[in-house]
Design a protein around this ligand. Structure first.
Ligand SMILES: [Zn+2]
Length: 503
C-alpha cells in the first residue's frame, strides 16, 4: 500500500501535521520457468462471479482444488472472509478513525460475505464461521488430507459491496474488488494463520495459487483485472470475461464505466493503464513503463506477461495486487501520483513475486517498495528527485515523529516486526514500516557500498521468488553479497534498539 503524504500524528494532536514531501507519498502467465514450477504445486481457484450493479452485490461460486503444502495431515481447511471486516459490528474495522470521513464519503455503509453452501468432494458439509471477528470460514474434511494431497472444495457465496473508497468498495467512479472472495489461510507452524483485518498496513498473507475466473457484469463496464484475458462474450447487455493466471498470490479487479485505456509493452510485458480523470495519462503510462524497465534491470525480470495500473477510488495512496495496482484518484499532486505508481509497481517484486507475511513483516515489502522508488529516481534523473532529498526528508520526519510519540507514550516502541494490530496508531505503523525501513536500507547501503547493496537486492529477489521472505532470508541475501556479518545490523534496526539521530 502507499500512504498519503499528509498525516495528523494522532487525532488528539490534530494541530500538528507532518508533511513529508515525496516520501511515502508515500500472464499468459505462460511459459516462464519460475511460474511453471510454482504453479505445479499450488492450489487452483476456479471462480465464477456475477456482478449486479443495481444491488452492488456479487454472486460467487468457487471450485477450489486445494493442495496441502504442509508436512501435517489436515482435518480442516480455513479461508479468510475479508469482506466481513466491512460489516456493521466488525471488531477490526477496515478504516481508521482518522480516515473514516474521507473513506465513507456518503456516510456509513456496510458490506459482507454470506456463505450459502460448502461442498467437499461434491458432498455438502456443515461449515462454520469463526476466527477473531467472524472472518474465517472453517471447512471440515471428511478424511484427513495428507501432505501434497489435494481435495476439492466448492463454496457458494453472496457478497455485498460497501460504499467506501477502499480496496473492497464502490464509489461513483469505480467498483474495487480486492480481497473479496474466500481465500485459503496460510498453514505454517502447525496451524492456519487467521490474522484478522487491520486498518494498519495490508493485513494479507496468502500462498501462490492458480486462478481461472469468469466474471459477468453489464457490458458498459470496463474491467481491469489480475491475470490474462482469455475470452470475452457479450449477450443481452451482459459481458462475461474469462481470466487465467498461474502462480499469483491473490486475484483482484476494478471496474468502471468511466475507464479509458492506454497500453504499451515493455520487455514483452503488456502494460495497461486504466484512468478516468488523469490529465496526463500518457505520462503516467510512461512512468509505469519506466518503472517496469528499471526494476526488471535492477532486481530481475517480472515473470508475468501483464500488469494493469488503475486510477480508482482509494482512501490511501495506492494498493498492490498481483498483476494489478490501484492508484488513488484523489491524490493532491501529480508528483505524488507518479510516486505512487512507482511504489505500487515495485510491490510486484516485493509482495507479488517475493512474498512476505504482511501481518508482521510489512517493513520488508513496504521498505523495499519505498527504497525501489529511490533507485527508480536515481536511474531516471528526468524526474529530478534525488536520494539525498528523499532520505533527508525521511530522516527529518522520523525524528519529529519519535520526538512527539516519545513524549506521548511512556513505552514508545520502535520495533518493526510487530503484528499490525499491535501498533498504537496508523501513523506509528507507517513510520516503522515505510520511513524507518527506508532509513534502514539506506544505512545498509552506506555500510556495504552501492555494488554489494544492489547485488543483495538481486540475491533477495532471485532466492525468494514465489516464496515467503523473512528477516532471515533478507539477512542472508545481503550477507552473501557483501561477505559481511549483518545479523546484528538488522536486529538492532528491526528490534528497535538503534537510536536514530540527525548528524
Ligand atoms: Zn506499499
Amino acid at each position: 500500500m502507499t500512504k498519503k503524504i499528509k498525516y495528523s500524528i494522532i487525532g488528539a494532536l490534530s494541530v500538528i501535521f507532518v508533511t513529508i514531501i515525496c516520501i511515502f507519498a508515500f500472464s499468459s502467465c505462460g511459459t516462464n520457468s519460475v511460474i511453471k514450477l510454482a504453479s505445479q504445486n499450488a492450489t487452483n481457484y476456479n471462480m465464477s462471479l456475477v456482478y449486479n450493479d443495481d444491488t452492488k452485490s456479487l454472486y460467487g461460486n468457487s471450485d477450489i482444488d486445494y493442495i496441502n503444502r504442509s508436512q501435517d495431515n489436515l482435518e480442516q481447511v480455513l479461508f479468510h472472509l475479508y469482506p466481513n471486516a466491512f460489516r456493521e459490528d466488525a471488531k477490526y474495522k477496515p478504516v481508521s478513525s482518522i480516515l473514516h470521513t474521507q473513506a465513507y464519503i456518503n456516510g456509513e455503509s456496510y458490506g459482507d460475505i454470506t456463505i450459502k453452501s460448502v461442498k467437499v468432494n461434491n458432498k455438502e458439509v456443515s461449515h462454520s464461521i469463526g476466527g477473531q471477528d467472524n472472518d474465517i470460514l472453517i471447512v471440515p474434511l471428511s478424511n484427513q488430507l495428507y501432505p501434497n494431497s489435494r481435495v476439492n472444495i466448492q463454496i457458494e457465496y453472496d457478497i455485498t459491496i460497501p460504499n467506501v473508497k477502499h480496496r473492497f468498495g464502490y464509489t461513483d467512479n469505480a467498483v474495487n474488488l480486492g480481497n473479496f472472495y474466500p481465500i485459503a489461510c496460510v498453514y505454517e507452524n502447525n496451524a492456519f494463520d487467521t490474522s484478522p483485518y487491520s486498518y494498519n498496513g495490508d493485513p494479507f498473507y496468502s500462498d501462490i495459487s492458480n486462478y481461472n475466473v469468469t466474471f459477468t457484469c453489464d457490458s458498459d463496464f470496463v474491467v481491469a483485472s489480475s491475470g490474462n484475458l482469455k475470452s470475452k462474450d457479450t449477450k443481452d447487455g451482459k459481458t462475461t470475461y474469462n481470466y487465467s493466471a498461474l502462480a499469483i498470490r491473490d486475484f483482484a479487479m476494478s471496474l468502471s464505466k468511466k475507464f479509458n485505456l492506454l497500453e504499451t509493452k515493455c520487455d514483452g510485458i503488456s502494460i495497461k493503464y486504466y484512468y478516468h480523470s488523469d490529465e496526463q495519462p500518457q505520462e503516467s503510462l510512461e512512468t509505469a513503463y519506466k518503472a517496469v524497465e528499471t526494476f526488471n534491470d535492477l532486481f530481475g525480470k517480472y515473470p508475468y506477461s501483464t500488469l494493469s495500473v488503475v486510477e480508482t477510488s482509494f482512501v490511501h495512496g495506492g494498493m498492490e495486487f498481483p498483476n494489478i495496482v490501484f492508484i488513488s484518484d484523489d491524490l493532491t499532486s501529480y508528483e505524488e501520483y507518479t510516486n505512487v505508481i512507482v511504489h505500487e509497481i515495485a510491490h510486484q517484486w516485493w509482495y507479488g513475486v517475493v512474498g512476505d507475511n504482511q501481518n508482521k513483516d510489512g517493513y520488508i515489502d513496504e521498505g523495499l517498495a519505498e527504497y525501489s522508488c529511490i533507485l527508480f529516481y536515481e536511474n531516471n534523473p528526468e524526474y529530478e528527485i534525488t536520494r539525498t532529498s528523499i532520505i533527508g526528508n525521511d530522516l527529518q520526519s522520523y525524528l519529529l515523529f519519535t520526538e512527539v510519540y516519545g513524549d506521548l507514550f511512556e513505552n514508545f516502541d520502535t520495533s518493526m516486526d510487530r503484528l499490525l494490530t499491535e501498533y498504537t496508531t496508523e501513523p506509528e505503523y507507517t513510520y516503522m514500516a515505510y520511513v524507518k525501513s527506508v532509513l534502514m536500507f539506506d544505512n545498509l547501503r552506506q555500510l556495504i557500498g552501492d555494488k554489494d547493496f544492489k547485488q543483495g537486492i538481486k540475491n533477495f529477489y532471485n532466492d525468494n521468488q514465489m516464496q515467503f521472505a523473512t528477516k532471515d532470508t533478507l539477512i542472508i541475501a545481503f550477507e552473501q553479497a557483501s561477505n559481511m556479518p549483518l545479523k546484528s545490523f538488522f536486529d538492532s534496526w528491526i528490534d528497535g534498539k538503534i537510536v536514530i539521530a540527525s548528524n
